[in-house]
Design a protein around this ligand. Structure first.
Ligand code: HMG
Ligand code: MG
Length: 298
C-alpha cells in the first residue's frame, strides 16, 4: 500500500550543480540553499568534497558549507569520496556525509578512478572516521539499473555492493539510476529482490529523468511501500562521468504528484518554485521541470 508520507532529499545543490558548465558564484549557491531551507525540506545535499579538478563547479564546497544559514531540523549533507574529502567535510561541519560507488566496474573506474575492490577499503575508513566524528553516513550505489559503459548490471552484483556498504555501517543507502534507463517493471522486480535483504527505512531511490521515466519509477516504488526519494529542484543535474545522464527527477514535479495523490511531504510547493526561480535566474537557463514550465507561463 502507498505510504502516507514521503521524505524528500533535495540533491540539487550537489547533483544538479555538479553538471553545470558555467561557474556559479559561491554567494549565489548560499542564497539558493538558504531559500531551500525555507521550503519545508528536511534534508539538503549542499555540495561535494570531491577533487576540485574533477568537479570544478563545487571547488568552493567548504565556503558553501560554512556560509549557509543552518536551520534547526534540517540535515545538511555532502558527498565525500575519500579521507581527504572527509577532512574537508569535517572542517566545514556538515551533518551527514554521503559515500558513493558504482555497481558496475567501468563507471566506478571513470567516476572515482578505482576498481570496485580497491574502493571498499577507502570507503570503510571514511565511514569509521565519520562515525567517530558523530556524523551519520549515507551510501550511494550508482548504475543500479544500467551502466553507460557496461550495459545491464547483474542484480546480484548490485546487492553485493549494497551489502558491503551496510557492513561498513552506513545508515541509509540510495539506489541510483544514474543514466535514467530504469523502467517500472525492472524497478518493481528489483525492489522485490532487495526487499528480502533490507528494510524500507534503509533504502532511498535516486532516479534520473533522462528518458522521462522517473515519476513512473517513483510510482512503482511507492506502491512497494518505499518512501524516501531524492530529487533536484527544477530537474537540474546529471552525472559528469556518465555520458548523456541528464537531471534528477524534479523535486517540484515529485512534490506536486505526491500532494495530488494525498501523500504528505512537508514541503511547500509555492516556496519550492520560488527557490526554483532564484536558481534559474542565476544559471540563466530554463529549468526542465513541468512545474517550472507552468511557472514561466503564468
Ligand atoms: P585520484 O586522482 O585517484 O585521487 O581521484 P588520489 O587519491 O590519487 O589523489 C590525487 C591528489 O588529489 C592528491 O593530491 C590528493 O590529496 C588530492 P597531491 O598529493 O597529488 O597534491 N585529492 C583531493 N583533493 C581534494 N578533495 C578530495 C581529494 N581526493 C584526493 N576529496 C577521486 C580520486 C575520488 C578524488 C576523484 O576521482 C574524484 O574526485 N572523483 C569525483 C567524481 C564525482 O564527483 N562524480 C560525480 C558524483 S557521483 C554521482 O553523481 C552519482 C550519484 O548522484 C548517484 C547516481 O546518480 O547514481 C551520487
Ligand atoms: Mg545522481
Amino acid at each position: 500500500s502507498l505510504p502516507e508520507r514521503v521524505t524528500i532529499k533535495e540533491v540539487g545543490p550537489r547533483d544538479g550543480l555538479q553538471n553545470e558548465k558555467e561557474e556559479i558564484k559561491t554567494d549565489d549557491k548560499i542564497e539558493w540553499i538558504n531559500q531551500l531551507s525555507e521550503t519545508g525540506l528536511s534534508y539538503i545535499e549542499i555540495t561535494s568534497f570531491v577533487h576540485p579538478k574533477w568537479i570544478p563547479q563545487l571547488k568552493d564546497a567548504v565556503e558553501v558549507a560554512k556560509g549557509i544559514k543552518r536551520k534547526e531540523g534540517i540535515t545538511y549533507a555532502a558527498l565525500v569520496p575519500n579521507m581527504k574529502g572527509l577532512e574537508r567535510a569535517i572542517e566545514a561541519n556538515v551533518d551527514e556525509v554521503s559515500i558513493f560507488m558504482s555497481a558496475s566496474e567501468s563507471h566506478n573506474k571513470k567516476n572515482i578512478n578505482k576498481t570496485i575492490d580497491e574502493t571498499y577499503p577507502v570507503l570503510r575508513e571514511v565511514v569509521e572516521e565519520a562515525k567517530q566524528e558523530g556524523k551519520s553516513v549515507r551510501g550511494y550505489v550508482s548504475t543500479v539499473f544500467g551502466c553507460p559503459y557496461d550495459g545491464k548490471v547483474d542484480e546480484q552484483q548490485v546487492i553485493n555492493v549494497c551489502k558491503n556498504l551496510f557492513d561498513m555501517g552506513i545508515d541509509e543507502l540510495s539506489l541510483g539510476d544514474t543514466i535514467g534507463v530504469a523502467n517500472p517493471i525492472q524497478v518493481g522486480k528489483f525492489l522485490d529482490l532487495i526487499g528480502t535483504e533490507f528494510t524500507k527505512d534503509q533504502i532511498a531511490l535516486h532516479f534520473h529523468d533522462t528518458r522521462g521515466m522517473a515519476l513512473a519509477n517513483t510510482l512503482v516504488s511507492l506502491e512497494k511501500g518505499y518512501y524516501i526519494f531524492d530529487g533536484a529542484l527544477g530537474g537540474l543535474g546529471g552525472c559528469p562521468y556518465a555520458k548523456g545522464a541528464s537531471g534528477n527527477v524534479a523535486t517540484d514535479d515529485l512534490v506536486h504528484m505526491l500532494h495530488e495523490m494525498g501523500i504528505q511531504t512537508g514541503v511547500d510547493l509555492d516556496q519550492l518554485l520560488q527557490a526554483g526561480q532564484l536558481i534559474q535566474g542565476k544559471i540563466e537557463k530554463s529549468l526542465p521541470s513541468k512545474q517550472m514550465n507552468i511557472c514561466r507561463q503564468t
